[in-house]
Design a protein around this ligand. Structure first.
Ligand SMILES: C[S@@+](CC[C@H](N)C(=O)[O-])C[C@H]1O[C@@H](n2cnc3c(N)ncnc32)[C@H](O)[C@@H]1O
Length: 304
């Protein structure tokens, strides 16, 4: 087994995401292997990811509002997962609009196609790597990318592709996790993993690396976007018990879920048991857990 193939579930992000190293600059980082791990993980969790979408419904609605969708528009939902944004977008651009949902994980696309089958004008679903889109130039009025930019090994490539497929004047609307300390929904599980497991030999890119508005703005500006607007959007998830929290984390984290899924059952059980300690500060009077998550929603335009 090569160093890169070894399961490496812990996210070793530094406290401030803006200081996190670029993954391609990390010795031993292999983008192809990383994508394969993410794809396997998101295929593994596709149905459960879709079932857990209600936890992030407020974020999805805010992103769709920011995208300023209108009837007749052509929309790309990039890294769509099961097409939750795509399905809602298809209703907003009817009549006359069209939505294409693309993702690297085919089980996500199949899940989306199944769930949208009853719609009058469902989105089309197609497999595609966000860093290499098989789409013509200037073919979309809108691109959506929910909770995805930080997953790509080369986000710059994905942003360049988004810019290329947008018509001049077209708008991208995307969301990312905020700074690490503001997202206990994710980092509490990461803390538990880091406490119990040895550090990965090749660190994963941090999912918080665009959490500071300046980092996100720099990335969008470097890809040629104008009229950049970045706003916070915070939501809170409630869980009846620590086990429900742990399962929700696994149902959201593709590559990490894949890596943990390859560990022995006893190790996985130990992680599940240990998470209770990490969640203690988030227990309310009723004994339930309330974990906030800060995100950023960005819109940016391809210049005319
Ligand atoms: C956290 S999910 C977000 C799904 C959806 N956009 C949403 O808002 O719910 C991230 C998605 O990115 C996809 N993904 C990961 N790497 C990708 C890549 N290189 N190209 C396209 N999709 C990718 C995963 O398969 C997964 O469906």
């Amino acid at each position: 087994m090569t160093p890169q193939a070894r399961p490496s579930p812990a996210d070793p992000s530094a406290p401030t995401a803006a200081q996190a190293p670029r993954p391609e600059a990390t010795p031993g980082f292999d983008a192809r292997r990383f994508k394969a791990m993410e794809r396997a993980g998101f295929n593994r969790i596709a149905a459960r990811y879709a079932d857990g979408a209600h936890l992030r419904a407020g974020l999805a609605a805010a992103l769709l509002d920011a995208a300023d969708l209108a009837p007749g528009q052509r929309v790309l939902d990039l890294a769509s997962g099961p097409g939750l944004l795509a399905g809602a977008a298809a209703r907003r651009v009817a009549p006359g609009g069209r939505v294409l949902a693309t993702d690297i994980a085919e089980a996500m696309l199949a899940e989306g196609a199944r769930r949208c089958a009853g719609e009058t004008a469902p989105p089309a679903f197609a497999a595609a790597d966000a860093e290499h889109l098989c789409l013509p130039d200037a073919c979309m009025e809108r691109v959506l990318a929910g909770l995805a930019l930080f997953i790509f090994p080369h986000p710059r490539h994905a942003l360049t592709e988004i810019h290329r497929v947008l018509v001049p004047g077209g708008l991208v609307a995307l969301s990312v996790w905020g700074p690490r300390p503001s997202v206990p929904l994710i980092h509490r599980a990461q803390d538990c993993i880091a406490r119990l497991l040895p550090p990965p030999r090749v660190p994963r890119p941090s999912v918080f690396r665009f959490g500071e508005p300046a980092a996100l703005e720099d990335a969008l500006a470097a890809a040629g976007f104008h009229d950049i607007d970045i706003r916070p959007c915070t939501f809170t998830c409630c869980f009846d018990d620590a086990d429900a929290y742990w399962q929700a984390f696994l149902d959201l984290a593709g590559g990490v879920a894949e890596a943990l899924g390859r560990l022995p059952e006893t190790t996985r059980q130990a992680l599940r048991a240990a998470i209770t300690d990490d969640l203690e500060p988030f227990r309310d009077d009723s004994g339930r857990y309330r974990l906030p998550a800060r995100t950023l929603i960005a819109t940016a335009r391809r210049p005319r």
